[in-house]
Design a protein around this ligand. Sequence first.
Ligand SMILES: Cc1cc2nc3c(=O)[nH]c(=O)nc-3n(C[C@H](O)[C@H](O)[C@H](O)COP(=O)(O)O)c2cc1C
Length: 336
Amino acid sequence: MTAYPKTAALMARGAEFLGTERAVLCGAMSWVSERNLVAAISNAGGFGVIACGAMTPELLDTEITATAALTSKPFGVNLITMHPRLFDLIEVCSRHKVGHVVLAGGIPPKGAVEAIKAFGAKVIVFAPTLALAKKLFRSGADALVIEGSEAGGHIGPVSTSVLAQEFLPALAAEHVVFVAGGIGRGEMIASYLEMGASGVQLGTRFACASESIAHPAFKAAFFRANARDAVASVQIDPRLPVIPVRALRNKGSDEFIAKQIEVARRLDEGVVDMGEAQLEIEHFWAGALRRAVIEGDVENGSLMAGQSVGMVTREEPVSTIMAELMDECEGALAGR
Ligand SMILES: Cc1cc2nc3c(=O)[nH]c(=O)nc-3n(C[C@H](O)[C@H](O)[C@H](O)COP(=O)(O)O)c2cc1C
C-alpha cells in the first residue's frame, strides 16, 4: 500500500520503465550528479543519473562502480553526444550493464542508439521539436525528456508549459515522456502527470541537497537567489554564436557580455578572423562549471541554475525533498 496512491497510479508507467518506486528523475548535472547525489536519489525511490560530461571512459568506469557500491537501486548514465569517445563510454556502460542511458547535447550520432540497445539498456533522448521526437522514437529511442527553457544548464527557446502542450497530447498515449524544466513543487508534477507525462525530471531542486558535493558557496548562492536571477546567456553578435545556458547572474556572466563586444570589435577591425573569434567565445566558459561547483568560485564560475532556484531555500536531505514533492503532488491530486 503506497502512501501516495493517486500519484503512484499516474506514475506507474514511468516507474515501471525506470524500475523505480517513483517516476522522478534527477537530471544529470555535470560535477554535481556524481556517486553521492545519484545514489541518494535512487535510494529515495527516484532515479539518479550520473553526469558523464567530459569524463574519460576510465573515470566513468570508476564512477559507476562507486555509485553501485552506494545503492542497489537502478540509476542511469547521461552521455553527451558530441563526446569524442562516445562509443568507448557506451562500452563502459555495457560492461557495467547500466540499465538506462540518457543521450544529451544533440542528435545521437549514427549507431549510438543501436550500440546501447545491443546490450539491453533503454535509451532516453531529448528532442527540441515534435518531428525530431517522432523520428528518434522510430529509430529506437525508448523514452523522451522534454525540457523547457526554465531549466538550468543548456536550454532551448521554448517554455516547459508550451512543450508539454505540444508534445504530450501527440506522444504520451504511445510513448514514455518525462517533463523537465522549472519544476519546483509537487503541484506542478501533478499537472504534467495529468496531461499524460509518465514522470518528471528535476535538477535545480536537488542540486543543493545535503548529499550533493557542491561547494557550500555554490549552495549559498542558490539559497540567496530568486527566479529572476537565473538568466539565459545573451548573444551579442549574430556572427558569434552563443549556446544559451541558464545560470545565476554573476561577475563572470557580466564579463561574458563585455568579452563578446570586445571580440566583435576585434573581428570588425580584422585583428582576428571569424574562426579565432568564435573559438574565443566558445572557450570563455571552459572549466567554469567546475570552478563554481567544486572550487566554490561563485564570482567567475558558471552557476547553472533553473528558474525554480527561488524555491531552493535550504539544505535538506534528498529523502526530505522527495517526500515534500510527493506530498504536494498527492495533495493536489486528492483535492481535484
Ligand atoms: C548545475 C547544472 C548542471 C547541468 N548539467 C547537465 C548535464 O551535464 N547534462 C544534461 O543533460 N543536463 C544538465 N543539466 C540539466 C538537468 O539535467 C535537468 O534537466 C534540469 O536541471 C531540469 O530543469 P530544472 O533545473 O528546472 O529542474 C544541468 C542542470 C544544472 C542546474
